[in-house]
Write a protein that binds this ligand. Sequence first.
Ligand code: C5P
Length: 167
Amino acid sequence: GAMKFTVAIDGPAAAGKGTISRRVAAEFGFAHLDTGLIYRATGARVLEGQDPLRAAEFLRLSDLERDDLRTPDVADAASQVAAIAEVREALVTFQRNFANREGGAVLDGRDIGTVICPEAEVKLFVTATPEIRAERRYQELTARGLDVTREDVLADVKTRDARDASR
Ligand code: C5P
């Protein structure tokens, strides 16, 4: 039968993990989880008034299909819920279940190769300077029609780096 095979792709936001992950998943027929989306979906539920821990514990794959998860407000809420230890623990379980599915899985996001899937068969680390990452995120946001400036996006990348680094 099918077997588990985990590819862990680590690195900071907007470094190019998503593009590489989608291509690896397509090439080998593996399922793909952008782990930033689970923090974003939890953050989106919290913006709607839910308790952060309940939002994380009751998260489902279908929550990741919401079309409002790429907004700056949701990104900020995601970064805030990601700083809560109990929320991270609940989301670790979610990620490990996904990683162990039969037929192979690609997971991308911070801590994937170190904390979430230390036993992954393949690990990659992808990074770039804050300026390059901010430019990538700026292009993504403006392509979605959002009204942002390069300066704001760079400031946001740096703020989130500082918050994630002090976690
Ligand atoms: O990567 P993305 O910008 O979608 O992630 C949103 C937020 O979720 C990040 O700023 C970070 O705080 C959190 N996150 C995390 N660990 C991951 C993925 C995302 O803490 N593996």
